[in-house]
Design a protein around this ligand. Structure first.
Ligand code: SF4
Ligand code: MSK
Length: 671
């Protein structure tokens, strides 16, 4: 039976995206949305029931008790598939971290054109944490030592990676007991591949134990290094004003869209686009100037630090090209669709690959290296400007939304306590009193198999109504941005009464944008600081908090989810489960999904579940938060208890009879 084609309203909830999907249909061009309608997922592969690890297969296990030719059982096959995805995801993020460390080293040694160390305070704080001497030393000397330490982490063969000391003490002990403290990402990824080669590790729980270790090597290693090095080099984010959606593209300017993940090139393109010589060159080509915007997590990197607008999230990459207004889409690594090149051939847009690791047939390759960064960035911009004259008809949706990004963990600490007593105390107190019910991290990708942004924003909006403070990263953050949830006024209009008081008092949006997908490590740091502040238990698994990736699609998301579970978090993924098995074989095939949930929870206090229904995701999130509140002995969440702070409430209280007044103020009856 042919698959039903969805309407544009079913494909995305974003009106700008809907407009572009109608245009794609009129032009007879395919997009990921239409290809998802045309191409049904394989229900054997998508549920983890297919093994193609050797030439005797692929073995598709569809009957009860069936094994692969080598005898591999369904749970072994699912565990092997899962760890391979986690290893690939961890490798991608951590390799990004490695490149950031090399850039830091080059900058420290004066070998990186155009860069400088922007956040010396963070450099000193981080270096001191690793016992690198800082007193009386130049930033470059400290940065050189820190870069050497970082670089040594990736290929470390024995011992423990250094950043692990940044986890709560109790968690470090647990990891030691379980033997999962990582040595180095390279070693853990290689071992994951070795163990899953034909004829190696065939105990699913043993395989998945190594999945935990591999993911930790990324979360508390490679990814954490990526975030810290980027902050040191380009500045630690603090709130600023930004904009999101396709309406940020400009009809009378040269539009350059940067897409991918690494901030090294995009930061330099930002600098080059402000160079008078380049602006003059654009004007000479008949444009008003250069308009820079981003897609995916490159967007998040330059949005968080420079306020450069985001043209959109993952599923907007093709839509930006469909506007006909993009002179160049400059890509580096990860989440770049091969379809861009074919689509761009219908317009004048140049797809420019820049990473030595990523080429796409049919694109222009201008290889980037940090030693000649500014020169290369200018060359790329000139290429885009030269292409302006080839522009045909344009169609830019006039839809965009303001947002306030820039909530690094350093800024959250500062905003809560002020510059003299920066502290997580007010956040912990708000949770302990029940003014904030708990915290949710709603993160991750878009997936064309669901309606773009729908799951993200439904979950986010409903949790806000329930007084849950939401932090976001990656494409999920851009989804909320497009809907106006990253603005202060959302904190007054779209949240529960207790959370509203907090947003009002501090002056923050109810959804805090914490960065790109590699920056999920900022969330680990926030959780650790909440533990260290006191009052919410002595480890991350005791905090009333949940992580959600409602529209996940990338292997990196699986790596992130796993390191969060290993760190003690309950993590819920939407969409389909790669370990679900066939419904009529639940008894056998459910073993892995049971193990990564209840099994991991017994060991690590965190669990990983795949839940397709958003209402169930929300219900389970709240149930978990309330369970953790109860375990800490905190008051039961009461939506009517707060929301009347400030002068109005005090006036009301003043009018009350004495007994009621005492009860309202102290929560106890008058004697
Ligand atoms: Fe089949 Fe075993 Fe080879 Fe996998 S490893 S393809 S289950 S024979
Ligand atoms: S870009 S990994 S689609 S969040 Fe980081 Fe977005 Fe997911 Fe790519």
């Amino acid at each position: 039976m042919p698959k039903k084609k969805r309407t544009v309203e079913e494909q995305t909830i974003d009106p700008a995206a809907q407009e572009m999907l109608i245009r794609a249909e009129e032009l007879g061009l395919s997009t990921a949305f239409s290809r998802a309608d045309d191409l049904s997922p394989c229900n054997i592969g998508s549920t983890g029931m297919c093994c193609k690890l050797c030439g005797m297969g692929p073995c598709r296990l569809t009957k009860d008790g069936q094994t692969g030719i080598c005898g591999a059982t369904i749970d072994t096959i699912q565990a092997r598939n899962l760890i391979r995805a986690i290893a690939a995801g961890g490798a991608a993020h951590s390799d990004h971290g490695r490149d950031m460390a090399f850039t830091l080293k080059a900058v420290a040694n004066g070998e990186a054109e155009g860069y400088s160390i922007k956040d010396v305070a963070k450099l000193r704080t981080v270096a001191a944490r690793y016992d690198i001497p800082i007193e009386g030393r130049a930033p470059e000397e400290i940065a050189n030592d820190l870069a050497d330490l970082y670089i040594s982490q990736f290929g470390q063969q024995k011992g423990e990676i250094a950043p692990i000391i940044r986890a709560p003490k109790k968690r470090q002990e647990l990891w030691k007991e379980q033997g999962v403290v990582p040595r180095g990402i390279d070693r853990e990824v290689v071992e994951a591949l070795h163990r899953t080669h034909i004829g190696d590790d065939q105990d699913p729980e043993h395989i998945l134990n190594h999945a935990i270790r591999t993911s930790l090597a990324d979360g508390w290693g490679g990814s954490m290094i990526a975030t810290d090095a980027a902050d040191i080099l380009f500045g630690t984010p603090a709130p600023l004003l930004g904009q999101a959606n396709l309406g940020v593209l400009k009809d009378d300017m040269v539009n350059v869209v940067v897409h991918g993940h690494e901030p090294t090139l995009s930061e330099m393109i930002v600098a080059a686009s402000q160079d008078p010589e380049i602006i003059e060159y654009a004007k000479a080509a008949g444009a008003q100037g250069i308009s820079l915007s981003g897609i995916c997590c490159t967007a998040n990197e330059i949005l968080m630090r420079q306020g450069i607008p985001a043209a959109g999230n993952f599923l907007h990459q093709e839509l930006a090209i469909l506007t006909g207004a993009v002179e160049a889409m400059v890509v580096d690594v990860q989440c770049i669709m091969q379809a861009l090149v074919d689509l761009a051939s219908n317009f004048h847009t140049k797809i420019i690959t820049t990473s030595p690791k990523v080429k796409i047939k049919g694109s222009t390759h201008i290889e980037f290296n940090e030693h000649q960064a500014l020169t290369i960035a200018k060359e790329i911009l000139r290429e885009a400007i030269d292409n302006y004259q080839n522009r045909g008809t344009t169609h830019i949706p006039q839809i965009k939304e303001d947002l306030i990004p820039g909530f690094s963990h350093e800024y959250i600490n500062y905003m809560l306590g002020g510059s003299y007593r920066a502290s997580f105390r007010p956040l912990n107190d708000a949770i302990m009193s029940g003014r904030i019910r708990g915290v949710a991290a709603v993160v991750g990708c878009n997936n064309p198999r669901s309606s773009q942004d729908y799951l993200h924003t439904k979950v986010t909006k409903e949790l806000l109504q329930q007084d849950v403070l939401v932090v976001e990263t990656g494409c999920g953050a851009i989804a909320s941005a497009k809907l106006g949830l990253l603005l202060g006024k959302a904190g007054l209009e779209q949240v529960g009464p207790g959370l509203r008081e907090v947003c009002e008092a501090i002056g923050i949006p109810p959804v805090l944008h914490m960065g790109s997908c590699v920056d999920n490590t900022r969330i680990l740091t926030v959780l650790t600081q909440m533990v260290e502040e006191g009052g919410l238990g002595d480890d991350i698994d005791q905090i009333p908090a949940v992580g959600l990736a409602p529209e996940w699609m990338s292997e990196k998301a699986l790596a992130i989810g796993t390191y969060c579970v290993a760190s003690g978090a309950y993590v819920i993924f939407g969409g389909s489960s790669p370990v679900s098995g066939m419904p009529d074989r639940v008894a056998d095939s459910d073993i892995i999904s049971h193990y990564i949930s209840e099994g991991w929870e017994k060991i690590y206090g965190g669990k990983l579940e795949f839940i397709a229904d958003p209402d169930e995701m929300i219900a389970k999130t709240l149930e978990h938060i309330d369970k953790k509140r109860a375990a800490l002995g905190l008051p039961v969440y009461d939506p009517d208890r707060f929301g009347e702070s400030g002068d109005t409430r005090m006036l009301e209280i003043e009018q009350m009879p004495f007994e009621e007044r005492v009860s309202a103020i102290y929560g106890v009856a008058a004697d």
